[in-house]
Design a protein around this ligand. Sequence first.
Ligand code: CAA
Ligand code: FAD
Length: 381
Amino acid sequence: MDLSLTEDQEALQKMVREFAAREVKPLAAELDREARFPKELVRRMAELGLLGIEVPEAYGGSGLDPISYVIAMEEVSAACASTGVIMSVNNSLVCDPLLKFATEAQKQRWLVPLARGDKLGCFMLSEPNAGSDAAAQKTTAVRDGDGWVISGVKNWITNGPQADTGILFTMTDPERGNGGITAFVVDMHGEGVSRGPKDDKLGIRASHSCQIFFTDHRVSDDQILGQVGGGFKVAMATLDCGRIGIAAQALGIARAAFEAAAEYALDRKTFGRRIIDHQAIAFMLADMQVGIDAARLLTYRAASLKARGQRHSVESSMAKLFASETANKVAKDAIQVFGGNGYVTEYPVERHFRDAKITEIYEGTSEIQRVVISAGLLRRK
Ligand code: CAA
Ligand code: FAD
């Protein structure tokens, strides 16, 4: 097993690391404080080809592999976790299902502008009463002449306030349960689509989410993504990939918290020694490093299975579960290393702590990742 990066992956890592250090990290605290959507960074990510990383060049993307995507997500998220999730939604929750399930005409119409970064996407699965239980969809699409009429509410939609294009899940046949769910690709500026106020959040404050309301919104057959009744499988297959992106986001947050803590521990002195010379602090840093490396290996494994075209539901959930729990532990311990300075906004670790929490919730809570992992175990019996 070769664990080294290819020359191209190393070049991408260098490019994104420099972009993140020069343009993203200096803005992160201000974006968080002001809960400001980083429009200028989204434009730069489009220019750098970071909004459609795995989309072939023929469809406006960068044509890179899943490991490259993970590398870029880690680098951007280490600098600013909010910017990381904006990028991950466009890549893995919007471009990816279009690449997998759209017709050629749909790819030309919807995927190309998203992969180029001319448009921004969102993914609308969750509802007020359908979060973990994603099959409990109440948004309906009702057949009407040669099209469909959509009504319902979607909750916590990341990029919702800004999105131009959305992947939408609806119930088209309630009798058939999860087999009655259909996915559509929708124009977010269309008639009958409106947005609630942006959510006021604990962390990732520069990434905006909101409710989306559909009121008799009309769509045509050529907006169906995949098959009528096949929407739940589109959602699940998309989340198999999305969870790799969130694992990489968590990895970035953990790395940023660790690097800040290590630097501080080398500098701060108590009882006449650097605090890193107290074993309690040195061991905390050692445990952080182990957790981060293990999370990275799990994340790369899930991405490499994706690259080989193998099913990776369980491996994606393992990566997301472990990386998100690692990010939370590392960020919490980083505050401890900083002492009182860890608790105030002058230093970045309190932001990493707040940003880390969401990685245990979205794209499936940690409990749901354990459901997926244990269901995989049962399938093998
Ligand atoms: N790929 C393809 N098909 C899949 C699949 C997968 N990964 N997982 C399940 N399926 C299929 C099953 O084979 C089954 O098919 P049949 O009916 O033909 O046998 C069907 O889907 C139903 O599967 P389950 O019985 O396992 O479904 P369930 O209702 O028990 O739910 C669940 C399973 C894993 C809990 C799922 O509901 C789930 O993942 N919930 C969490 C939702 C979630 O992650 N939401 C994230 C929203 S996006 C977001 O959060 C973005 C962001 O923040 C940035
Ligand atoms: P619930 O499903 O109500 O769960 C509540 C608690 O019960 C959790 O601890 C959960 O783990 C536990 N629980 C539930 N069922 C089980 C079970 N079977 N076994 C064990 N424990 C269980 N959704 C989108 O579709 N698109 C987005 O872009 C998006 N972005 C988001 C951004 C943010 C900032 C947030 C907060 C959420 C976002 N979501 C998005 C929604 C997110 O995916 C859901 O919040 C998440 O899946 C959990 O659903 P819920 O909040 O309804 O919690």
